[in-house]
Write a protein that binds this ligand. Structure first.
Ligand SMILES: [Mg+2]
Length: 231
């Protein structure tokens, strides 16, 4: 079932195809696992710029924003294996570090992200982070933005989130029926399913809506502000 909080913005044509249904996030959701990039942090432009710098370094054509959103995926090893097979993972990491460092100083939170985290705290919901982001990048961004304090535990540098979510549920004693995972990519939807938790997709990030809908997310929200209003 799909839910959309469009807040007066035009509904993309992909949405009209499936219609709009009403859906309440169950009040029994007590645990929230959150992705970082494109879900809480508006870092798409910075990641695209750094990625294009890598492709330039290899003499390759740059991605437009739309091309990047269409092709980028997690785990990102698959993306690089397809589009830059001659690069080693060590080489890519060194280049990404070099190109990304100066770019992350301006990364802001996405609309409603801070209020969502404050709401989770005010309503006693346990909150966790599950992200592929490098630990040092997360420390810099989340520290500067003042949001690290909201997370009971931050799982970073997780290349394949599907392989981690069940461990998180077990270690912290989280009931899947009381837990949701919120993310902006198909990989996040697949991860939630893998853990048996409610999958929630937001439209503020890397995967465009048409790509997300192919994965048939249970809940689709425009942004964290819309999700906050459902909780
Ligand atoms: Mg993301």
């Amino acid at each position: 079932m799909f839910s959309l909080q469009t807040g007066g913005t035009p509904v993309p044509p992909e949405i009209n195809r499936i219609g709009v249904a009403t859906y309440s996030i169950p009040a029994m959701i007590r645990n929230v696992i959150l992705d970082w990039s494109g879900t809480l942090a508006d870092d798409l432009s910075a990641v695209l710029t750094a990625t294009n710098a890598i492709f330039r370094e290899f003499g390759r054509k740059e991605f437009t924003r739309d091309e990047f959103r269409q092709h980028f995926r997690l785990p990102f090893s698959g993306f690089y294996a397809e589009f830059l097979p001659e690069a080693s993972s060590e080489g890519l990491e060194a280049l990404y570090e070099r190109f990304f460092l100066g770019l992350q100083d301006d990364i802001p939170l996405l609309p409603g992200a801070l209020e969502f985290l404050e709401h989770c705290r005010a309503t006693g919901r346990r909150t966790f982070l599950l992200s592929t982001i490098k630990a040092s990048h997360f420390d810099e961004q989340a520290g500067r933005l003042g949001v690290k304090r909201f997370f009971e535990h931050c799982y970073v540098e997780i290349m394949d989130k599907r392989e981690k979510i069940r461990e998180i549920l077990a270690v912290h004693g989280l009931d899947p029926q009381e837990t949701m995972f919120v993310g902006d990519m198909v990989h996040d939807i697949e991860t939630a399913r893998h853990g048996g938790v409610l999958d929630v997709a937001v439209l503020t990030g890397f995967d465009p809506v048409g790509k997300l809908l192919v994965a048939q997310p249970t809940v689709v929200m425009r942004d964290m502000a819309a999700l906050r209003r459902m909780l």
